[in-house]
Design a protein around this ligand. Structure first.
Ligand code: NAP
Length: 281
C-alpha cells in the first residue's frame, strides 16, 4: 500500500477545499508550535510546513526555547486560540521534560485541534462522532479504504494503546464494524494474536521488536506505523521482505503511513477552517 500515492490524492482534494474556503473569504492558516531543538521534531515540522505550502495552506511557526515555562506556552496557545486568522494549531510532541503535555493539549481550543488529541475530539470519536481525528489513525483508515481492504467484519489487531495511535485507531475501526483487539507490552502470546488478524497494525518502534513472516495471517493486510533507526537507517516494525511474501497488503517504511499522517494534518486544517465558518464540503 503506497502511502505517497494515496497522500497525493488526499492533497489534491485538500487543494480543492482550500479553493472553496477562499471563495468564502477564508485563507486557511496552520500555526505550529515547537518547544526546544529536538532534531526529529524539527524535521517533522519542516515536512508539515512544506506540505502545507504545496496545497495552498498558509502556515506560521512558533519556536520557543527548551526552558519555556508551562505558563508561557499556554499563554501562546491562548493567543492562537483567539486569533481569528488561525484555523489550526499543532504543538509538536514530545515536549521537553517539565512541561505537562496533557495540559498543553487541553489548552488548545477543540475546533482548532488539528492533531485531534484534545479529550473533546477523542471523546467524540469514541462516541462514534468523527470530527477532528488524530492524523496517523485517520491515514491508516484512508490507506485501507483506497486499497479496498475489507474492514467491516474483519478481525483487526493493533499493537499500541497510545492516545496518538492505538486508541483512536481502535475507535475508527470499531466505528467501521471491525472486531478490534488492542495489544501492548503486557499482552501475553502476542504472536498468537497477530496470526489471527485480517488486519494487523503495528506501532511499537523499538529496535528489538519485529513482526516476522510467521507472525502474520496469509493474505492479511499489514500496516506498519512503527519507526525506529537502526544503523542510522529508518526502519518499521515489520520485516518487509519476509512479511510481503505472506501478507496480501503491506505498507513500506518509509513511504507508507508517514506521508498519510502529513496529508491528514492538511485535511484536518481545512476541516477545522470549514467547521469554524460553518461550511460543509
Ligand atoms: P508509544 O506511546 O511509546 O507507544 C508504543 C506502544 O507500543 C505502547 O502501547 C507499548 O505498550 C507498545 N509496546 C512497546 N513494546 C512492546 C512489545 N514488546 N510488545 C507489544 N507492545 C509493545 O509511541 P507512539 O507515540 O504511540 O508511537 C508508536 C510508534 O509509531 C513510534 O515508533 C512512532 O515513531 C511511530 N509513529 C509513526 C507515525 C508515522 O506517521 N509514521 C506517527 C505516529 C507514531 P505499553 O502501552 O504497554 O507501553
Amino acid at each position: 500500500m503506497d502511502g505517497r500515492l494515496v497522500a497525493g490524492e488526499v492533497k489534491q482534494q485538500v487543494v480543492q477545499h482550500v479553493q472553496q474556503l477562499e471563495k468564502h473569504g477564508t485563507e486557511p492558516l496552520l500555526a505550529t508550535v515547537q518547544v526546544g531543538d529536538d532534531s526529529a521534531s524539527a524535521s517533522y515540522l519542516k515536512a508539515k510546513h512544506k506540505a502545507a505550502v504545496e496545497v495552498g495552506i498558509r502556515s506560521e511557526s512558533h519556536h520557543l526555547p527548551a526552558d519555556t515555562s508551562q505558563d508561557k506556552l499556554e499563554a501562546l496557545l491562548g493567543q492562537l486560540n483567539t486569533n481569528p486568522k488561525v484555523n489550526g494549531i499543532l504543538v509538536q510532541l514530545p515536549l521537553p521534560p517539565g512541561l505537562d503535555e496533557e495540559k498543553v493539549i487541553e489548552r488548545i481550543i477543540p475546533y482548532k485541534d488539528v492533531d485531534g488529541l484534545h479529550p473533546i475530539n477523542a471523546g467524540k470519536l469514541a462516541a462514534g462522532r468523527e470530527e477532528l481525528v488524530a492524523c496517523t489513525p485517520k491515514g491508516v483508515i484512508k490507506l485501507l479504504n483506497y486499497y479496498k481492504v475489507p474492514v467491516a467484519g474483519s478481525r483487526t489487531v493493533i499493537i499500541n494503546r497510545s492516545n496518538l495511535v492505538g486508541r483512536p485507531l481502535a475507535n475508527l475501526l470499531l466505528n467501521r464494524d471491525a472486531t478490534v483487539t488492542v495489544c501492548h507490552s503486557k499482552t501475553p502470546n502476542l504472536s498468537g494474536m497477530t496470526r489471527t488478524a485480517d488486519i494487523l497494525v503495528s506501532a511499537v518502534g523499538k529496535e528489538i521488536f519485529q513482526i516476522r513472516g510467521d507472525h502474520v495471517k496469509p493474505h492479511s493486510a499489514v500496516v506498519d506505523v512503527g519507526l525506529t533507526r537502526v544503523d542510522g537507517k529508518l526502519r518499521g516494525d515489520v520485516d518487509f521482505d519476509k512479511v510481503n511474501r505472506v501478507a496480501g497488503y503491506i505498507t513500506p517504511v518509509p513511504g507508507g503511513v508517514g506521508p498519510m499522517t502529513v496529508a491528514c494534518l492538511l485535511e484536518n486544517t481545512v476541516l477545522a477552517a470549514s467547521i469554524q465558518i460553518g461550511l460543509k464540503f
